[in-house]
Design a protein around this ligand. Structure first.
Ligand code: NAP
Length: 252
């Protein structure tokens, strides 16, 4: 199936590893000009090498940026547009909110978590939105997470940020839809990435028995849905949040 992604310019924040890294590989395989961003240069270079090898492409741009800083985000989008003349797709896959016991999390922990997981996605979307609106086509895919709806005592900052992102996704979709900018989200359950180790090390407990499929997800399983939401095949989804949790959330 032709996804209509060939020639599109895709910016993937958090593209150096995990879900963002997997999405970048698949988007490059579909023919997108991929730009990956994160803070650490070494991990970005390693991800770019994987993308080149697995997608058989040369054209991968890496840009170091800290998405808690508006000037970094402005510079990031400016450089994408300078290089490619446009930005068609944004995948917002930055981590990571702090985990830990409520009484041990400080104001700074909460502020850093919301500054990245919630505001990082807000400010990146705000920076690309005018470009997409002007060209009358765009796809924004936010990576949220089941903690938006499944409250967990040791994952409060992630849960609060994710709940905010549900609202943000739907509200931005209302602005973008009439302009051809479709804003949607994926909401992964537990995914086998570096973040999972961090969450477990900080007291977040997982019971595989609560997951119908009896296992954690691999990053590529989330990336498959991201590619659809980023594609021309996605034409009538606007403010949708796609749960990819192996059957963990069972409420209707
Ligand atoms: N893994 C899970 O179980 C799970 C479940 C549900 C939702 N999610 C969500 O999925 C998204 C990706 O998670 P993941 O598991 O793929 O995480 P990951 O493997 O830890 O990757 C996180 C990415 O974000 C980047 N990042 C971190 N801080 C940043 C900052 N200040 N500015 C820019 N980039 C930054 C990291 O690179 P640098 O550190 O070099 O900046 C890295 O590329 C996150 O929003 C996470 O909350 C994950």
């Amino acid at each position: 199936m032709d996804m209509g992604i060939k020639g599109r310019v895709a910016l993937i924040t958090g593209g150096s590893m995990g879900i963002g890294g997997a999405a970048a590989i698949l988007l490059a395989q579909e023919g997108a000009h991929v730009v990956i961003s994160a803070r650490r240069e070494k991990e970005l270079a390693e991800s770019a090498a994987r993308i080149r090898a697995e997608a058989g492409v040369d054209d991968v741009l890496t840009i170091s940026a800290d998405c808690t800083k508006d000037e970094d985000v402005q510079n990031l989008v400016r450089r994408v547009v300078e290089r490619h003349g446009k930005v068609d797709i944004l995948v917002n896959s930055i981590g990571a909110a702090k985990a830990g016991h409520f009484l041990k999390l400080t104001d700074a922990d909460w502020e850093q978590s919301l500054a990245l997981k919630l505001m990082g996605q807000v400010r990146t979307a705000r920076a690309v939105f005018p470009h997409m609106e002007k060209q009358g086509w765009g796809r924004i895919v936010n990576v949220i997470g089941t903690h938006a709806r499944l409250a967990e005592a040791h994952a409060m900052p992630a849960g609060v940020a994710n709940a905010g992102l549900l609202n943000f996704t739907r509200a931005l979709a209302e602005l973008g839809g009439p302009k051809g900018v479709l804003v949607n989200a994926v909401s992964p359950g537990t995914v086998n990435t570096a973040r999972l180790k961090y969450l477990r090390d900080n007291g977040v407990e997982y019971d595989l028995k609560t997951i119908t499929l009896g296992r954690f997800a691999e990053a590529v399983e989330i990336a498959n849905a991201i590619v659809f939401l980023a594609s021309e095949r996605c034409t009538y989804m606007c403010g949708s949040v796609v749960s990819i949790d192996g059957g963990q959330i069972k409420t209707v």
